[in-house]
Design a protein around this ligand. Structure first.
Ligand SMILES: NC(=O)C1=CN([C@@H]2O[C@H](COP(=O)(O)OP(=O)(O)OC[C@H]3O[C@@H](n4cnc5c(N)ncnc54)[C@H](OP(=O)(O)O)[C@@H]3O)[C@@H](O)[C@H]2O)C=CC1
Ligand SMILES: CC(C)(CO)C(=O)C(=O)O
Length: 310
C-alpha cells in the first residue's frame, strides 16, 4: 500500500512516524522546496511519547509522485485545504482516497466537492503533536482515531484504514455518522484551541485555572447546544468530562491554534469557533463565549506586526 502524507507539520510528521511501524510505502508531500530538501537531507524526528529518527525520507513537492497512492492523508490547516486540492486533484488516481486528519468544519465539504463524497474519509483524532523545528514533531498526547466516510458508508477502504491504524497500535473506531464524528471533535476544539491560543497555556493547564476553565466550559456548552439543536448524536455522553479527559491526555501539548499564534500564522478560528457562531446564528441560538473567542483570535491574527515587544 502507498500513502501520501500531505503537509510535513506536527500531525503529518507524527503520522509518518506511526506509519513507519506498518512497513507500507509512505511519501511526504510538501509545498516548500527548500524545506523538502532539508528534510530529505536531515530526515524526520519524532520526540516525546515516541523517540525515533527516520533517514531516507521520501519527500517531494511534486504531487505526480503520488499518482499510484491508495490514500492521501491531508494534514494541513483548514485555511490550506484549497491549496492542497489545487496541488493534488489532477494526480489522485482512480484508486486514491482522501483522508482528512483536519480539525474544524468545512474541510470535508471542500474535499467532497473536489473528489466526490465516496472518496473522502474524515479521520478525527485526539493525538497531540507540536512542531518544535522543521522536521521534528513532539508527540505530546495519546489519542484514538475515529473514521467516517463522507457518504456515510463503511466500505472496504475504511476497514483497510482500521487495520492500518491497528498496526500502529492506535485505538481506532469506524462510524457511519460523519456528522457525529465531526461534531464530537469540533465541540472539544471549540473549548480548547482558542482558549490555549489566547492564554498561551498548554492543554493540561487550561482546566487548572478558574478563568480559563470557565471560558472553555462556556464555549463547549454553547457548541453542545448547537449540536443538540441540529440533532447530532455525539460519540460520548458528557461533553465537559470528554474535554477534561482530552486536556489530561494531551496535557503537555501546545494546541494547534496556539502553535499558529506562536509562529504568527493565520489560525483555524473560522473553521472552529467561527463555525459554531455561524451555525448558532442560523438557528437563533446565542453563543457569546464563542463569539468573543472569535473576536479575540481574529484581533491577534491581524495584529502580529503591532504586538508590544518586551
Ligand atoms: N497538532 C495537533 O495536536 C493536532 C492537529 N490536528 C489538526 O491537524 C491539521 C494539521 O495540523 P498541524 O499538523 O498541527 O499543523 P502544522 O501547521 O504543524 O502543519 C501543517 C503543514 O502543512 C504544510 N502545508 C500547507 N499547505 C500545504 C500544501 N498545499 N501542500 C503541502 N504542505 C502544505 C504547512 O506548511 P507551512 O507551515 O510552511 O505553511 C505545514 O508544514 C489541522 O487541521 C489541525 O487542527 C488534529 C489533532 C491534533
Ligand atoms: C486534540 C488537540 C486539542 C490536541 O492539542 C487538538 O486537536 C489540537 O491541538 O488541534
Amino acid at each position: 500500500m502507498k500513502i501520501v502524507v500531505v503537509g510535513p507539520g506536527a500531525m503529518g510528521l507524527l503520522l509518518y512516524g506511526l506509519l513507519s511501524k506498518t512497513r507500507h510505502e509512505v511519501l511526504v508531500l510538501d509545498k516548500n522546496p527548500a524545506r523538502a530538501a532539508l528534510l530529505a537531507k536531515n530526515g524526520i524526528r519524532i520526540e516525546g511519547l515516541m523517540n525515533a529518527k527516520f533517514a531516507d525520507v521520501q519527500i517531494t513537492t511534486d504531487a505526480t509522485a503520488g499518482r499510484d497512492a491508495d490514500f492521501w492523508f491531508v494534514c494541513v490547516k483548514s485555511y490550506d485545504t484549497k491549496s492542497v486540492i489545487r496541488a493534488i486533484s489532477s494526480h489522485v488516481g482512480a484508486q486514491g482516497f482522501i483522508v482528512s486528519f483536519q480539525n474544524g468544519a468545512g474541510n470535508v465539504e471542500l474535499l467532497s466537492d473536489a473528489f466526490g463524497e465516496s472518496r473522502v474519509v474524515l479521520a478525527v483524532t485526539n493525538l497531540g503533536a507540536t512542531l518544535t523545528e522543521e522536521g521534528v514533531s513532539r508527540y505530546a498526547g495519546e489519542g484514538d482515531v475515529i473514521l467516517g466516510r463522507a457518504d456515510g458508508s463503511l466500505g472496504a477502504e475504511l476497514k483497510t484504514l482500521r487495520e492500518l491504524f491497528q498496526k500502529t497500535k492506535l485505538a481506532v473506531k469506524l462510524s457511519r455518522d460523519i456528522h457525529a464524528v465531526l461534531w464530537s471533535k469540533l465541540i472539544i476544539n471549540a473549548g480548547i484551541n482558542a482558549v490555549a491560543a489566547v492564554t498561551r497555556l498548554t492543554n493540561g493547564r487550561i482546566m487548572a485555572y478558574e478563568g480559563s476553565r470557565r471560558i472553555a466550559e462556556g464555549a463547549i456548552t454553547e457548541a453542545h447546544k448547537v449540536a443538540k439543536r441540529k440533532r447530532i448524536k455525539l460519540l460520548y455522553d458528557d461533553v465537559l468530562a470528554k474535554a477534561e479527559s482530552v486536556c489530561e491526555a494531551t496535557a503537555e501539548n501546545v494546541s494547534s491554534m496556539l502553535a499558529d499564534v506562536l509562529r504568527k500564522k493565520p489560525t483555524e478560528i473560522d473553521a472552529i469557533n467561527g463555525a459554531i457562531v455561524r451555525q448558532a446564528q442560523s438557528l437563533g441560538i446565542k453563543t457569546p463565549v464563542n463569539a468573543l473567542l472569535v473576536d479575540l483570535i481574529k484581533t491577534i491574527e491581524s495584529s502580529y506586526a503591532q504586538e508590544v515587544e518586551v
